[in-house]
Ligand binder design. Structure first.
Ligand SMILES: CC(C)(COP(=O)(O)OP(=O)(O)OC[C@H]1O[C@@H](n2cnc3c(N)ncnc32)[C@H](O)[C@@H]1OP(=O)(O)O)[C@@H](O)C(=O)NCCC(=O)NCCS
Length: 171
């Protein structure tokens, strides 16, 4: 994988991959966080498969999810970036951000999300990115609004009412 790095004031981001398995598996096993994520909690083998798929996405398309870490200590904070989406008509790329519970409310999603989106328009081929969150996910919706996303009509996805958002390339 390329030695890609994004840096912000407090964060360093590198493509998320198999070396991040311990920390990602811990994040994916936390029910208080993953109740808002597509599919809920994931076990370690599922986490490993997803990290491998994310590495393949970086290799084939040049974009994917980033591991978000504290720039000073290297501590894992969460993940943020892009993945393929197939369940929303007209959507191909989904923006996603998941921050570990103890790091909520400190502006990390805002800081990581802005960096990922700014960088992402150079990597993505299309002009539109979507995001999907459960209808009762206030924090997720507020984060998306703050990042500039526009809320579309809610949709029934996998039997659940979900907020659907999109963000258009500006230039
Ligand atoms: C959504 C999530 C990523 C936000 O992470 P965070 O680092 O706590 O968010 P930030 O501190 O950067 O705040 C971003 C915005 O969301 C708002 N926000 C954060 N938590 C909130 C809450 N519980 N209720 C309402 N708004 C909230 C903040 O006020 C801020 O908006 P503002 O700038 O207008 O004030 C985090 O709660 C999470 O990982 N949730 C589970 C996964 C998820 O829902 N992801 C979203 C789908 S992409």
């Amino acid at each position: 994988m390329d030695a890609l790095t994004l840096r912000t004031e407090r964060l360093v981001l590198l493509p998320l991959g198999v070396p991040d398995l311990d920390e990602a598996a811990a994040l994916y096993s936390d029910e208080s966080v993953m109740r808002y994520a597509d599919g809920g909690t994931r076990d370690r083998p599922t986490a490993a498969r997803q990290l491998e798929a994310n590495e393949r996405c970086w290799r084939s398309d040049g974009w994917g999810l980033w591991a978000v870490r504290n720039a000073e200590t290297g501590a894992f904070i969460g993940e943020c970036g892009f993945r393929r989406i197939t369940d929303v008509p007209g959507a191909t790329v989904e923006f996603s951000c998941t921050i570990s519970r103890r790091n909520w409310g400190q502006g990390f999603a805002a800081e990581a999300g802005n960096a990922v989106l700014y960088d992402g328009w150079d990597r993505l081929k299309g002009d539109l990115v979507h995001a999907v969150v459960p209808h009762d996910n206030r924090a997720g919706g507020q984060m998306l609004r703050m990042l500039g996303f526009r809320r579309l009509e809610d949709q029934l996805i996998h039997g659940e009412e979900q907020q659907v958002w999109d963000l258009q390339r500006l230039n």
